[in-house]
Design a protein around this ligand. Sequence first.
Ligand code: HEM
Ligand code: HEM
Length: 288
Amino acid sequence: MIVSPDPNQKGVFISEKTPSQSHELEISLLVVFILSGIYIAYELLAEPAGGHPFGHSLGIVGTLLMLMTEMLYSLRKRTRLLNWAGPVRVWLSFHIFTGIVGPFLVLMHTGLQFRGLAGVSMGLTAVVVASGFVGRYLYTALPRSLAGAAASRRELINEVRIIQAELSQFQAKKSAHVNQVINELSQRHAQRPPWLTILGRSYFQRQFQRQARKAIRQLDSIEKSQRQQLERLLTRNRELARQMDMLETARRLMRFWHVLHIPFGLTLFFSVAVHVTATLYFRAGLFQ
Ligand code: HEM
Ligand code: HEM
């Protein structure tokens, strides 16, 4: 029987959740799809443009969502104020949701006209959102604790040790053939540059999982529940090896990425403030 890792030991808290298990992108795209439907329906009945009350209201709601995107996640991540309000990863999901839906509402409000400073604001918004997608992919390359804090190399090594101890325990009293299959699946032959591992990690992991499942299915000398457990251990073992490879490069890329995403976001709000001031000053849109 396989012994579960001691939950008090450091390292076992590293989240096994994969990016595909967070659904913020699907939900955001669904909302964007519904909003597009409303926009098209409205266009058939009236003519939306920045100056029209409908388009103008979309701009205001979108900007509010974008302000929430800018502030709430940082508040949760960097202060203790919202510690009571769930894990950081959930706040990042919300950040991504408002960071997609907000800019989309603003886009609808522009009436697809991009002149002057307002056009520049929209361009900056597009850069921030596009860089967000890249950041999300990098963010999920870094192993994290269940609370969302980035895991250290030491924590990873601890978890590798635990998994390997479990594998050795599993191998005891198993036939030579079973041991040979386990040893083969535990070894990593591919030597890839870390950036390639980061880019292709989901594909490589799925490929390994398929290969492991196929090999383990043929081990009919062990029970089904043990086969499942073996598959879990081997896939986690491979995932951890990959995370160790990627750790330093992913951290460096993430630091570099912050330099694009955050200052562009701040510049964007500065230019929007000018656009909104001009709207108020010239009594445009809803303020006529
Ligand atoms: C991220 C936030 C925003 C961006 C990127 C943005 C961008 C734009 C763009 C690109 C246009 C079209 C300009 C053109 O005709 O070429 C526009 C129009 C307009 N925006 Fe915004 N906007 C934002 C938020 C707001 C907010 C919060 C307000 C109101 C308080 C507002 C009020 C207006 C008005 C009244 C127009 C129409 C001007 C006209 O009649 O041509 N915008 N905006
Ligand atoms: C209006 C649009 C957006 C704005 C203004 C914005 C702003 C920010 C800010 C200020 C941070 C830094 C948080 C901190 O470390 O304190 C951040 C982080 C981040 N954003 Fe955005 N963001 C936007 C949209 C998006 C989108 C659409 C995505 C993903 C598709 C995204 C993904 C991320 C990621 C992955 C982080 C890094 C999280 C971390 O290192 O803890 N953002 N964003």
